[in-house]
Ligand binder design. Structure first.
Ligand SMILES: [Zn+2]
Length: 820
């Protein structure tokens, strides 16, 4: 070990776990977070007074994706995103208001920028001349639309919110120009963005961030302002950034909105603003918001959460899903947070959702996608799933068309942005392998900024080994950082075949600080153990994970074409094999219940299919006959594990979640002990004379606590659009219950809608097969904003019914109903 390295080791002693041992004296350090001080990256990074960024994006084009990721990008180029103008009228230039503000065609909103943001980067990352030429044509057209005051694109948007500007679509459009500059140094971009931000700065405070979407997504706007500030240094841009933050909807305080895409973008806003404010509560904001969402709605593997369209109280079962826009926006957010914080967990989360959720959101040829990807999803038909999920209409079938208008355009940036973040420059002039994928990176490193090339060979996430090779004209000293994912507790590293003596704990970076010579190699091994996770909040179901991949039951798929376009078909997918299995686990060592089967041969071009996946797990399971699809075709909700089953034990196969278009990723466990439960029928079944299609009878019995009768934050039951009629609601019990009272919290949206407390109601109970009025009932109240309780003579019964007379001319509903 040289004196210089000894000195360095002393300075960094708090990080130094082991620095001896390797033949060449390689100093390896373990860091929980990357260094935040140093001489500064060789690439544009945060200017003072912004907090220094530990990780810095390399220019687009510096990283050449290879292998699996390259194939995903090539498939994207051949698929829907690469040919969207054929499919989407929003992506045709003629008459498009993004290219011609006076264009008489569609006014233009988020769709074209959504697409071009991904499509443009796809062309740059793949160096694809066709896509580059087409996206350049759009960029030229957009730049040509700029007015003298700085506004650009659709004139209609300048006044579309009751005379105020809609700032949201421009946030996306700016990303397109940023990429253009990063890849080509296009001289028009910085003055163009400067003029637009001048205009934005001059917007009157009361007009600023009006409308629903802009103030939810201010974090995106902030990122672009800081990007420009780092390139021009004009101080007023920080004034604008502060103004944008001030008009944010409030993500610094809490999760202030439950729309899935708003969450996927908005949650990070405080941590982005922390770069300017440097106050710890802002730094902590993204993690706090993320946890709050995931602790309730993300209690399953795959990296997403239930938000279909909004996250709703009571809807946390893994049969609920996450929008494809949410998936790619979460990835983009995690990529940003990785660079801002230098904390490895954000890259872990990015990989988790990229590998486990994004592939299955699309057909394997990426020629169609669906709106919602759910951890448990056994049939992708085109029928309505509301109110099981919030949105009406087709949400599960794969479509290339406008059925999923936002996702159809927005999905384009998922893989290209991912490819741009595989390697990052560090503040101390090193390189960081942030997201593992076969690739080649060319970058400036070391004190003098020597150019080195590193090639990365790996079949990750299907392979445990990552092999790096250095190409350099002269030996050059720089630190190389390798991320040790949170799931890996036994990583090992070799430099030129020699072990590096570092205890490589999970959720950390290992820094190898040395003088690198041409031909030097690094071999990183990340052993992938099987982990069986129990999800206490989701009926004690289990998930099975191995390394970065979660595994799902392999279900036979029958693909059924529909739609009229032979070139771009829509697809439904139906199960051809049983799926209602509970896992039979080794009680002492659940992970030992699985056998890993690796298929021989090279990694297939598209490994994310049930047939081609290179890894399968073999397990034992029993069927649970009571676990069925519901009337909507959705997989039945989980019930508490362990579950008793008399069915024979069978071998089953698990495949990576991202390869399973039909899947069970949250498994009940089979048990035989005293704690094992019958799947049986649910304790209470709610029905009604009529239920509005976007409401649900289950809302009455979901245990939520209304704030008042107009509480619209809760799932509700209504008889809408029946008005003035006689109606009923009913609970049937699996086992007889003794009842002596019942309480109703009426829904009444006076001032907003046409539901009111009813005119009158009465209580019946089931006697044999007949409904009879209860004996000696009290008065059935119809008071707003409180429980209305009726006592009656105690009775043992298998059902209770409320007969309700609605008021003339209006409808009615129930937020919560209990019987005691
Ligand atoms: Zn969407």
């Amino acid at each position: 070990m040289s004196c210089r390295r000894l000195a360095l080791a002393a300075v960094l002693s708090s990080f130094l776990l082991a620095a001896a041992g390797a033949a060449h004296g390689d100093a390896a350090r373990l860091l929980r977070r990357l260094p935040t001080t140093g001489p500064g990256a060789h690439y544009t990074s945060n200017r003072p007074p912004l907090a220094p960024s530990p990780l810095v994006k390399l220019p687009i084009g510096a990283i050449e994706p290879r292998g699996l990721l390259r194939n995903m990008l090539l498939t994207e180029a051949q698929g829907m995103s690469g040919h969207l103008p054929e499919l989407s009228r929003w992506c045709r230039m003629e008459g498009n208001a993004w290219a011609d503000p006076a264009g008489k065609g569609h006014s233009g909103w988020e769709e074209m920028p959504y697409w071009l943001k991904g499509y443009g980067d796809l062309g740059l990352v793949l160096k694809d001349p066709r896509i580059q030429a087409e996206s350049r044509r759009w960029v030229d057209a957009i730049i040509a639309t700029q007015d003298a005051d700085g506004w650009f694109g659709p004139r209609g948007l300048k006044t579309s919110l009751k005379g105020k500007p809609d700032l949201w679509p421009h946030m996306i459009a700016l990303n397109i120009l940023q990429s253009q500059f990063e890849a080509t140094g296009d001289e028009r971009v910085l003055p163009f963005m400067t003029r637009y931000f001048r205009w934005e700065l001059n917007c009157p405070a009361e007009d600023f961030m009006t409308g629903y979407w802009p103030k939810m997504r201010t974090g995106d706007n902030l990122e672009s302002v800081y990007w420009l500030y780092n390139r021009t240094g004009e101080a007023w841009l920080l004034e604008l950034a502060h103004k944008i933050h001030k008009h944010d909807a409030g993500w610094s305080k809490d999760v202030i909105n439950w729309h899935n895409v708003n969450i996927a973008q908005g949650f990070r806003e405080p941590t982005t603003y922390w770069m300017q404010s440097k106050e710890q509560p802002f730094y902590d904001g993204a993690e706090r918001n993320y946890r709050k969402v995931m602790d309730t709605y993300g209690q399953f593997p795959g990296g997403g959460f239930v938000g279909d369209e909004n996250s709703r109280p009571g809807y946390t079962d893994p049969r609920g899903g996450f929008e494809t826009c949410g998936i790619v926006e979460f990835m983009h957010s995690f990529e940003m947070l990785t660079k801002i914080t230098g904390e490895p967990v954000w890259a872990d989360r990015c990989e988790e959702i990229a590998f486990n959720s994004l592939p299955a959101a699309m057909t394997p040829d990426q020629r169609a996608l669906h709106y919602l990807t759910c951890p448990n999803q056994v049939q992708l038909d085109k029928e309505n799933k509301a109110p099981g999920i919030q949105n009406q209409g087709t949400m599960f079938s794969y479509s290339p068309g406008a059925a999923y208008r936002c996702c159809q355009h927005n999905v384009a940036h998922g893989w290209p942005y991912y490819a741009e973040e595989l390697w990052l420059a560090t503040i101390d002039r090193g390189l960081c392998a942030s997201l593992y994928a076969a690739s080649e990176v060319t970058a400036k490193v070391g004190a003098a900024g020597a150019t080195v090339k590193l090639t990365e060979e790996t079949g990750y996430p299907f392979e445990e080994t990552v092999r790096l090779k250095v190409s350099t004209a002269q030996p050059v000293a720089f630190p190389l950082y390798l991320r040790i994912p949170r799931w890996c507790d036994a990583a090992s590293i070799k430099v030129n075949g020699q072990d590096v003596a570092v205890k490589a704990e999970s959720s950390a970076y290992v820094a190898i600080d040395r003088t690198w010579a041409d031909g030097d190699t690094v071999t990183l091994t990340l052993p992938m153990r099987i982990v069986v996770r129990t999800w206490e909040k989701n009926a004690k179901a289990v998930s099975v994970e191995r390394g970065p991949l979660a595994y799902s039951l392999k279900i036979g798929e029958r693909w059924s074409k529909f739609g009229t376009d032979e070139k771009w078909p829509d697809w439904e997918v139906f199960p051809t094999t049983p799926w209602n299995y509970g896992l039979v686990l080794d009680a002492k060592d659940p992970a030992a219940s699985f056998e890993v089967v690796r298929k021989p041969g090279a990694l297939p071009e598209q490994p994310f299919t049930a047939a081609a996946t290179p890894i399968e797990l073999k397990a034992k399971a029993r069927k649970i006959p009571g676990w069925k699809q519901d009337a909507l075709g959705m997989v039945g909700k989980l019930r508490p594990s362990p579950v008793r089953s008399e069915e024979p034990e069978e071998p089953v196969t698990l495949i990576p979640m991202g390869a399973a278009r039909l899947r069970i990723s949250m498994f009940p466990t089979i048990g035989a002990g005293a704690d094992a439960q019958e799947w049986g029928v649910p304790g209470v079944v709610a029905t009604a004379s009529h239920c509005n299609t976007s409401d649900t009878v289950e809302a009455m019995n979901d245990g939520s606590a209304p704030q008042n009768s107009g509480d619209r934050s809760l799932p509700r039951f209504t008889w809408w659009d029946h008005k003035g009629t006689a109606e009923w609601v009913q609970y049937d019990f699996a086992k007889p219950r003794k009842l002596a009272s019942t309480s109703v919290y009426w829904f009444d949206d006076t001032g907003k809608g046409q539901c009111r407390v009813p005119a009158s109601w009465r209580v019946l109970v089931k006697v044999g097969t007949e409904w009879k009025l209860v004996s000696a009932p009290g008065e059935g109240g119809v008071t707003r904003d409180r429980w209305n309780k009726v006592n009656f003579e105690a009775v043992e019964t298998t059902g209770i019914r409320l007969e309700v007379k609605l008021r003339d001319g209006v409808s009615g509903g129930i937020l919560e109903w209990t019987a005691e």
